[in-house]
Write a protein that binds this ligand. Structure first.
Ligand code: FPP
Length: 286
């Protein structure tokens, strides 16, 4: 049984409903702010970290729904840089949960490859404990050729930090004479960021804030807020969000072409990111 993609969680009737929804436009990239784990724990009188663990289980169900819906890219907000300010006990619990899940992902690589899931962890990874950095880096390196569903996990992430890191890469590009200052435009900034633009953003638990998530990327995104707590999010909630998207989505935009200099800069940046991951993965192995 796979940990990351929950099998057998869709009935025939639900599959039929998925097929009906798929006759309309389905977002090609969906993002989730998975909010409400602690309120769920309080409501059910269980430990806070049990709430987060139930939150992970819901993520694995959601990934199955997204695979069945044919959504090729999913981004989830799993740990914000602000979350480091929570109690030591809760932060340690969340780090342990991540260690456990990434270790299991590495142990279950055959199943992940069968599902075709590619993992990308976006954020300031240097803030994480070194052993977790190594696990995360290995997960990204070992799944990089999968192409059915790209799962971006925003971890140790805020949008403003992501934008600052992109700005610093662009300054390096100009200093190295790969780019001219006038090359820096909206498209290049977008492509220098770690995360792409979602077509639909869902936030659970009734909060109607963005909490520093994908601020640059959502300028054209349909926003869907629901009161349900993340661990209680159901297939009917995701279908309702997609039907809402079908009623409100702006027309899909065509990508502009890109100059050779910009392409070379982006390729070099991508290469240096993979090199950093190789180094991170080697820290603990050595
Ligand atoms: C927000 O709810 C949720 C989080 C800060 C953590 C979300 C993490 C997971 C769902 C697990 C993901 C794990 C991996 C390894 C990908 P909250 O804690 O703010 O709850 P509240 O809004 O009720 O206080």
């Amino acid at each position: 049984m796979s940990t990351w993609v929950k099998e057998n969680c869709v009935s025939f009737f639900q599959l039929f409903c998925i097929k009906v929804v798929k006759t309309g436009r389905v977002p090609q990239h969906i993002a989730f702010i998975m909010d409400g784990n602690r309120r769920f724990a309080k409501k059910h009188n269980v430990q806070r970290n049990t709430g987060h663990s139930k939150g992970f289980d819901k993520l694995s169900e959601t990934l199955k729904w997204c695979l069945d819906l044919g959504i090729p890219e999913v981004t989830v907000y799993a740990f914000s840089i602000e979350n480091f300010k929570r109690s030591e006990d809760e932060v340690n619990g969340l780090m342990d949960l991540a260690r456990d899940k990434f270790q299991r992902l590495l142990d279950e690589m055959d199943q992940i490859n069968e599902w075709g899931v590619r993992i990308h962890v976006a954020g300031r990874l240097a803030l994480l404990p070194e052993d977790l950095q190594a696990l995360v880096a290995k997960a990204m390196l070992l799944t990089k050729n999968n192409n059915k569903l790209r799962l971006n996990i925003a971890y140790s992430y805020t949008a403003r930090d992501e934008i600052s890191r992109a700005a610093s890469h662009l300054v390096d590009g100009v200093n190295n004479q790969e780019l001219l200052p006038e090359d820096i435009d909206e498209d290049l900034v977008s492509q220098t960021l770690e995360l792409g633009e979602p077509e639909l953003l869902v936030r659970t638990s009734g909060e109607v804030r963005l909490s520093d998530f994908m601020l640059w990327q959502i300028s054209n995104t349909v926003l869907y807020f629901t009161d349900v707590l993340w661990p209680e999010f159901s297939i009917w909630d995701i279908l309702a969000a997609i039907i809402y998207f079908q009623r409100h989505a702006p027309p899909a935009r065509l990508e502009d072409s890109i100059s050779e200099e910009k392409l070379n800069f982006l390729e070099r940046l991508e290469k240096s990111r993979w090199q950093q991951l190789e180094n991170m993965a080697a820290i603990v192995a050595s």
